[in-house]
Write a protein that binds this ligand. Structure first.
Ligand code: NDP
Length: 253
């Protein structure tokens, strides 16, 4: 059974894949968040997301390219207005890119673009939302750390694990190094924000059939997201700063 959900949530990259599924499942919970900010780069083209928003008034679509600093600034302002004094309980840094790039063909441009999207952006988005995350943590009526108080969930990947690297697809320098760096962001945030009542984790969705995932991936988006929400709903202070699988188990760094 999932613990009662956070009141307010923001998801990045919510027009397709796992982000879209997060919004769909959060909006359709029997007791659902009062406000779900679903962000994406091109709201005009986000047909599936707009369909969800038309069914659930709790879903607000905002344009956010996570690599655009001015856009991050303007979106935090808009979110502040939409939340009308409430804080932000859950920030789901889901947007990401997964380009190839092995030892022989990787380029500086691919490395930089991937780091900007997968590492720098989640950090700067979190930084921008700190006042709203802190405000949620301060006003929440619960003890300990949890998603009902304030949580930052960075969607990482099992491929980030340095310890188990040899078990997985070798190569993929941009993706694997960027997600490993994202894990350090999560760990740092977990330590830095503990005092403020905010927890932070890296969470791997498993291998999922999305545009980024492989067509033969064992999980469908709804299965992965269902399990991730189960894990997120059970997070507490002992989990903050950790790297977790969609099953809830720790993944070796
Ligand atoms: P998809 O490729 O289906 O979706 C990626 C999402 O990220 C899209 O909404 C895309 O938007 C968005 N995005 C990319 N760049 C930006 C940007 N600059 N600003 C805003 N949004 C952006 O992939 P998944 O749904 O599978 O991936 C979601 C997360 O899960 C990623 O972080 C990924 O690394 C992670 N993951 C996925 C796995 C899988 O097997 N699928 C395995 C492990 C981790 P747009 O449509 O505009 O491009």
């Amino acid at each position: 059974m999932m613990n009662s959900p956070p009141n307010t949530v923001l998801v990045t990259g919510s027009n397709r894949g796992l982000g879209l599924e997060f919004v769909r499942q959060l909006a359709s919970l029997p007791v659902s968040p009062s406000c779900i900010i679903a962000t994406c780069r091109k709201p005009d083209n986000a047909v599936a997301l707009k369909k969800i928003a038309s069914k659930y008034p709790s879903v607000h679509i905002l344009k956010l390219d996570v690599t655009d600093r001015e856009n991050i600034r303007s979106v935090t302002e808009k979110v502040g207005h939409i939340l009308e004094g409430q804080g932000l309980n859950l920030l789901l840094n889901n947007a990401g890119v997964g380009p190839g790039g092995d030892l022989y063909d990787v380029t500086e441009d691919i490395m930089m673009h991937t780091f900007k999207t997968n590492v720098v952006a989640p950090l700067l988005v979190t930084q921008a939302f700190l006042p709203l995350l802190k405000s949620a943590a301060k006003t929440a009526d619960c003890i300990g750390l949890s998603w009902r108080k304030s949580a930052v969930v960075n969607i990482s990947s099992r491929l980030a694990s340095i310890e188990t690297n040899e078990d997985y697809l070798l190569g993929r320098y941009p993706y694997k190094t960027s997600k490993a760096a994202l894990n350090m962001v999560s760990k740092n945030l977990g330590v830095d924000l503990r005092e403020d009542g905010i927890l932070a984790v890296s969470l791997s969705p498993g291998s999922v059939r999305t545009d980024m995932g492989v067509p033969t991936a064992p999980l469908l988006p709804h299965q992965s997201v269902e399990m991730m929400l189960q894990v997120i709903s059970g997070l507490n202070e002992d989990d903050s700063g950790s790297f977790l699988n969609f099953t809830g188990e720790l993944i070796p760094w």
